[in-house]
Each structure stands twice: as C-alpha cells, then as structure tokens.
Ligand binder design. Structure first.
Ligand code: COA
Length: 190
C-alpha cells in the first residue's frame, strides 16, 4: 500500500459529488423518485407523500449522527443538479460491513455514467473513510445495468434469493453481491 496520503476527496468522482441530503431536494425526489417505474426497482410499490419523504430525509440525518447509515445526495459535479441517492446502510461495527444502494432518479440522467461514478465514490467512502471490510448489496435480476456496473467495479455475485420478490405480478430472483476490502484495494490501489 502507498505510504502517501491521498488528498483526493472520496466524495467527489469524475462526474458526481456526494453531499448530505437537504429538504430542498424534495421537489426533485417527488418528481423523479416517486414514479412507479423507479419505485419497483427499489421494491417499493406504494406512492409516498411529500411529508413522508421529508421525514425520511430528516431520518437520514439522524442515522448519520448515530453512524448507523450514511445516505448521500448524488449531484452532477458540473451543474450541481440533484441526480439521486447513494447510501451505505446498516453499518455493522463488529463485522465492519454495510449494505449499499444507489439510484439515479430521472431516466434522462441514466446511462450517462453517473451511477458508476457514484458507486465508486461510495466504495471509497466505505473502505477509506468508514474503515469497513465488506459491502453487500441486493439487486433484482431484471436490473441489468445495475448488475453490470456492480460487476465492473469488483462486486462478486455470491448468492440468490430465488423468486424472493413479487414485482409487477411475478416473482423475481433477488441477487446478492458483495465486495471485500482487499478486492477493492486491488482495483483501486491509490
Ligand atoms: C441502476 C442505475 C443505478 C445505474 O446508474 P446509471 O447512471 O444509469 O449507470 P451508468 O450510466 O453509470 O452505467 C450503466 C452501465 O450499464 C450498461 N447497461 C445498460 N443496459 C444494460 C443491459 N440491459 N445489460 C447490461 N448492461 C447494461 C451500460 O452499457 C453501462 O455500462 P458501461 O459504462 O460499461 O457501458 C440507474 O440506472 C438507476 O438508478 N436505475 C433505476 C433504479 C434502480 O434500479 N436502482 C437500483 C439498482 S440496484
């Protein structure tokens, strides 16, 4: 491992910046997250009210203070446009693990490299800031772009909860993927 300290911020990628969620992000969340298409990918079918999302943002702040979960707004580094949310949740201090999630809300912003860049930032935060050892995620079998970027960034497919989730009228497989600290360091040696 190099002995020099990297001054590169893990919160800043080549395309995105990760910052705290703010109540001012609510308009964008209600417009682009609160759609059926987006919610089914996250396993949440029922529309949410603005008050509910406001409460959720406040809860993310409380969880951060308690070091239980870290939820970040993903914004476009150039324009500061709010793009979605990336999170490291259920931090387990004994096993040094957490669960990761990412969503780029507006379909117009998908497929432009923001998701990949945000996941790379989340991994750098997990391993270089929070000193975690293992990051896990689950992804529905039909979310092909998600599966692609996780594999590209070093996640391994370690299991499947067969037909575990009932989505849009049928049961789908729920894939489990994870990445260990040494695998991350091999891929991102800096
Ligand atoms: C999944 C998601 C986070 C990916 O973010 P994104 O910004 O759209 O992704 P990127 O543009 O960084 O990368 C997409 C990659 O998927 C690839 N891809 C797209 N469709 C694909 C398909 N059907 N099969 C395989 N790969 C596919 C692209 O080619 C690209 O890879 P490349 O850069 O190597 O060419 C985002 O699309 C999203 O939030 N979707 C809806 C919500 C969701 O499903 N979230 C949960 C994910 S577990």
């Amino acid at each position: 491992m190099p002995t020099e300290i990297s001054k590169e911020s893990p919160f800043m990628g080549s395309k995105v910046l990760l910052r705290s969620l703010e109540l001012s992000d609510l308009d964008s969340i209600m417009e682009h997250w609160n759609t059926y298409e987006m919610r089914i990918g996250m396993g949440r079918y029922i529309p949410k009210s603005r008050a509910d999302r406001e409460e959720w943002i406040k809860k993310t702040h409380e969880e951060m203070k308690k070091q239980e979960s870290y939820s970040f707004a993903v914004v476009n580094k150039e324009t500061e446009e709010f793009l979605g949310v990336g999170a490291l949740k259920r931090v387990d201090k004994v096993n040094r693990s957490a669960s990761m999630s990412i969503a780029i809300y507006n379909p117009e912003n998908q497929g432009k490299g923001f998701g990949t860049d945000a996941v790379e930032c989340l991994l750098k935060i997990a391993f270089n800031v929070l000193n975690l050892h293992r990051i896990q995620l689950h992804v529905y079998e039909f979310l092909k772009s998600g599966i692609h970027i996780y594999k590209k960034l070093g996640f391994k497919h370690v299991g499947v909860r067969r037909k575990a989730s009932f989505i849009a009228g049928r049961y789908v497989d729920d894939l489990i993927m994870d990445i260990l600290e040494d695998e991350f360091r091999e891929k991102f040696p800096n």
